[in-house]
Design a protein around this ligand. Structure first.
Ligand SMILES: Nc1nc2c(ncn2[C@@H]2O[C@H](COP(=O)(O)OP(=O)(O)OP(=O)(O)O)[C@@H](O)[C@H]2O)c(=O)[nH]1
Ligand SMILES: [Mg+2]
Length: 301
């Protein structure tokens, strides 16, 4: 049997579980997740290779919503580009049994799309089985979906069925990436994202959304084999800086501790992580600053 391959963009409202599904499929933490919307900011390739069936190159994308600033417009651009540059779209929803205005916004982006679209109903671990049918009923006429598949990205239920459907739908083709590669992100970028994830988890309200993380230095200490990482956390206001550092440095210590544990797992090495906090006023409003923080369009990269 010929192998299959293709590019699959995963889209949907913020917080529906797109990134959680990616990590579940590649069985490693390569894209950050949180209970706050607008976690993912870039297109993140997550590569799944089945030696017998072929390769699926997923794009995890920022959740779709009306943009409020330059960063939001950048994120919307990332998703719009991903929708147009793929062989198949996975549109992920939560198990609501009504179509909201945000869903209609997404449907409007798909109007002239010619590639197959699969609707993925995520988080079914949160509902009783009999509640799935009304969700399918509510959404099935919104778009001529190739398939509708209920899953739980958290428990893995339905993920095998989803992969089967994807290999069925994708064209025959060669692998685009080496078999053992699971992402196209440089290690430094994953490390920066892990630090941002811990900030998202530990801080409340608007503060974590205004955070950007830059890795200043990343090197292995030849004497003791430890990886030394210095990172800068940018935020938007002096008052936010105080909260990120916390009383007597307690918050920044927590962020650093949690991030270090995860980075050590990623690198399979001991890590010495130093975090500093800087203010860059209203950086999310500035096209130039968001570019400086690495949020560049694909053709500018
Ligand atoms: N109960 C349950 N929770 C889930 C499931 N999948 C994801 N979540 C939770 O939903 C929240 C959002 O998950 P993410 O994977 O960050 O969502 P996202 O769609 O990537 O969000 P954005 O990047 O902001 O667009 C997290 O708290 C996840 O743990 C699931 O299948 N079941
Ligand atoms: Mg995400």
């Amino acid at each position: 049997m010929e192998k299959k391959s293709g590019f699959v963009s995963v889209i949907g409202r913020p917080n529906v579980g797109k990134s959680t599904l990616m990590n579940m499929i590649v069985e490693e933490k390569i894209t950050i997740t949180s209970d706050k919307p607008q976690t993912t900011r870039n297109r993140i390739r997550c590569i799944y290779t089945d030696p017998n069936r072929g390769q699926i190159v997923f794009s995890d994308t920022p959740g779709i919503q009306k943009p409020k600033n330059s960063l939001g417009r950048y994120m919307e651009g990332v998703t719009d580009y991903s929708v147009r540059d793929c062989d198949l779209i996975l549109w992920m929803i939560e198990p609501d049994n009504f179509v909201g205005t945000k869903d209609s916004l997404i449907a409007s982006k798909l109007i002239d799309i010619t590639v197959p679209v699969i609707l993925v109903i995520n988080k079914i671990d949160r509902i009783k089985k009999e509640k799935i049918l009304p969700v399918i009923e509510a959404f099935k006429d919104l778009f001529p979906f190739r398939a509708i598949i209920p899953i739980s990205a958290r428990t893995g239920e339905g993920v095998k069925e989803l992969l089967d459907e994807l290999f069925d739908a994708l064209p025959e083709g060669v692998e685009f990436f080496p078999e053992d590669e699971i992402t196209d992100q440089p290690v430094r970028q994953i490390v920066a994202e892990m630090i941002r994830e811990k900030a998202l988890n530990l801080l409340s309200e608007e503060i974590p959304h205004g955070i950007a993380v830059l890795i200043e230095s990343f090197r292995e200490n030849e004497e003791n084999g430890v990886t030394d990482i210095d990172a800068l956390i940018y935020c938007e206001k002096d008052s936010h800086k105080g909260i990120i550092i916390g009383k007597g440095g307690s918050m920044i210590k927590k962020i650093g501790h949690d991030a270090r544990l995860e980075i050590e797992k990623l690198l399979s090495n001991k890590v010495y992580l130093t975090l500093n906090v800087k203010v860059k006023k209203n950086w999310r409003q500035s096209d130039i600053l968001i570019k400086n923080f690495g949020y560049k369009k694909e053709d500018e990269a």
